[in-house]
Design a protein around this ligand. Structure first.
Ligand code: FE2
Ligand code: FE2
Length: 303
């Protein structure tokens, strides 16, 4: 066994870590647009080509809005996936049933929180920041894949949220405190999700031979390519949101360079940082060393 996760301990941690939306986003909450929202390791706005310092900060805010919107988006398919997985096990182990239902309930709460954040952000930012979608269409496409591939994608997302917070947000004193607090509270509950996903992947992989694992990896990579197309579109939407917010139309060449540079920043944020997370790699290796090697071969393109 390469981990010591079990439903009883995860449930206990989930009960201890739980918070209410009203406590972390009370009426009257305000974002400080004088500070960055996302750390530079994810935003990569400092090196954005052709922008002034003021425009780089606006782009950082656009990226912050995109970041929480993207979590809201993926949580819209994580929620039904977890419920579908829990449904046949409802008369099984009590800790397992409660841990999985808490998982689903927390994702529903995060979707709700991020919608409230969107309203707060939009009210102060002054113009719209579009996000790829609609979530239902993206969710339907993702959920049409092999459940083991979907569970791997979700595991990658949960671990990536852990490394973002611990690696570059927790100790970043320059970030807006409210935005940082939302990330912190999200991280606290996601820590349990990563463990539950690890257990879910193990259940879904049970009894699969090498060909069955290989098929799931094929479909995980298909999902990665689908997500990557969406990220390219999102980088274009972010550039358009920046132009609207600043009132400056970027020269075609600058816009092209900015979109390419930011597309890579989004790739690292949502694909590379998950694909290369040591705990995710460990799960792949447990499924099959060949699976681990296949993902390791494509990961550099997303870093
Ligand atoms: Fe979440
Ligand atoms: Fe989660």
């Amino acid at each position: 066994m390469y981990h010591d996760f079990n439903f009883k301990d995860v449930l206990a941690s989930s009960v201890r870590a739980a918070w209410q939306i009203e406590d972390i986003l009370p009426p009257g909450s305000a974002l400080d647009f004088g500070k960055p929202f996302l750390p530079e390791s994810l935003a990569r706005t400092a090196e954005a080509p052709g922008l002034s310092e003021a425009e780089k900060l606006v782009l950082n805010h656009v990226r912050g809005h995109e970041y929480l919107s993207m979590f809201g988006l993926v949580e819209e398919f994580i929620l039904p996936f977890v419920l579908d997985h829990a449904r046949p096990q409802l008369d099984g182990d009590d800790h397992q049933v409660r841990a999985m239902l808490n998982f689903a309930g927390e994702e529903a709460k995060h979707i709700h929180l991020f919608r409230q954040f969107h309203s707060l952000f939009t009210g102060s930012f002054g113009s719209d920041c579009a996000v790829i979608g609609p979530p239902a269409a993206i969710g339907a496409k993702v959920l049409s894949h092999d459940p083991l591939a979907v569970a791997l994608l979700i595991l990658h997302i949960e671990w990536m949220s852990q490394s973002h917070y611990v690696g570059s947000i927790r100790d970043a004193g320059e970030l807006d405190p409210l935005f940082k607090s939302l990330l912190k509270h999200h991280w606290m509950e996601e820590a349990q999700h990563a463990k539950l996903d690890t257990l879910m992947v193990a259940e879904l992989a049970k009894g699969r031979d090498e060909a069955g694992i290989d098929k799931a990896i094929d479909e995980y990579l298909e999902l990665g390519a689908f997500l990557d197309d969406g990220l390219r579109s999102q980088a274009e939407l972010n550039a358009a949101a920046l132009e609207t917010a600043t009132g400056r139309a970027l020269p075609t060449e600058t816009a092209g360079a900015l979109i390419a540079q930011q597309h890579q920043a989004l790739r690292w944020t949502y694909i590379g940082s998950g694909m290369t997370h040591p705990k995710f790699v460990k799960t792949l290796e447990t499924l099959s060393p060949a699976a681990r090697d296949r993902i390791a071969a494509v990961a550099p393109a997303f870093c």
